[in-house]
Write a protein that binds this ligand. Structure first.
Ligand code: KMH
Ligand code: ZN
Length: 272
């Protein structure tokens, strides 16, 4: 099996300081959290930007400051969000891709997202893909429900994609596919050949689905974007605490954790 790539989804767009007092919000706080997670075993950080008051933003300059602050502190693969927050325009969402980070997320379809609708028009999705290809950014395809992996396979057939793809199964969003082992097993069966995959289990699904992914040869995403708890009724003290736990479980299961350099090799990234 490949070494385990741990992604730390540090901030997200929806979680508030009221829900999780340790949520990193400013570029400096995000960079400190990234360094702690890298030390704990994360090789990718998935980034969302916020304004000073916590409002989600896709402002290019804010992402630039976050990435520069991370680069000063540690080596880790930077993955920007193009999901942003519900209601943002696609042009807004695409802005950080022009900074040419190593990776960016690309959501593969529209999904109900709690009480909201996370819109991903097919034409916008192709625009995102072309922008990533133009800037040399590796997409991580975000799959919230079954039709979205079908769309990825259709894109492959259409010749829109080259090389092995990297997929993130986001399971347990209210409105998307359930955060269950059965759902994950079904999704893994639909993957294109040679694809790498990770799982982001939402809420209480984070730990069991992460553990299952370790056993199945996938990779794991943890962090406050998806889950603010360490266990039922107990908030996690930091993103790094969640990273440490999954790294520890993986080592116990005889699957060593990847360094950023090893993760780059697994994902076919060339270091910038
Ligand atoms: N905030 C969600 C609406 C991504 O980062 O690519 C979308 C999201 C996905 O977080
Ligand atoms: Zn995100």
């Amino acid at each position: 099996m490949q070494k385990l790539i741990i992604t730390a989804a540090l901030t997200g767009a929806e979680v508030t300081r009221e829900q999780q007092p340790a949520l990193p919000v400013t570029p400096q706080e995000i960079a400190i959290a990234a360094e702690e997670c890298a030390k704990a075993g994360a090789s990718i950080v998935h980034l969302h930007a916020r304004e000073a008051d916590g409002t989600p933003t896709q402002d290019r300059e804010t992402y630039r400051r976050i990435i520069a602050a991370i680069r000063e502190r540690c080596d880790v693969i930077v993955q920007v969000s193009t999901g942003g927050a519900v209601g943002m325009t696609s042009a807004e969402r695409l802005a950080p891709v022009t900074l040419a980070p190593e990776m960016a997320t690309l959501s593969m379809g529209t999904v109900n997202f709690g009480d909201d609708v996370f819109m991903n028009h097919p034409a916008d999705m192709e625009t995102f893909l072309h922008a990533m290809q133009q800037h040399g950014v590796k997409p991580e395809f975000e799959i919230f429900d079954t039709g979205m992996i079908t769309t990825l396979n259709r894109w492959l057939k259409k010749g829109l994609l080259q090389g092995p793809q990297h997929v993130d199964f986001v399971l347990g969003i209210p409105g998307g596919m359930a955060g269950t082992p059965q759902a994950l097993l079904y999704m893994v069966e639909q993957l294109p050949p040679a694809a790498t995959w990770t799982v982001a289990g939402i809420g209480s699904a984070q730990l069991p689905l992460g553990t299952l992914a370790i056993l199945l040869g996938g990779h794991v995403r943890v962090g406050f974007e998806d889950n603010v708890y360490y266990r039922k009724g107990e908030l996690a003290s930091s993103n790094a605490q969640l990273v440490s736990r999954i790294a520890r479980i993986s080592e116990e299961l005889n699957r060593p954790v990847a360094t950023p350099a090893q993760a780059r090799a697994i994902l076919g990234l060339t270091q910038s």
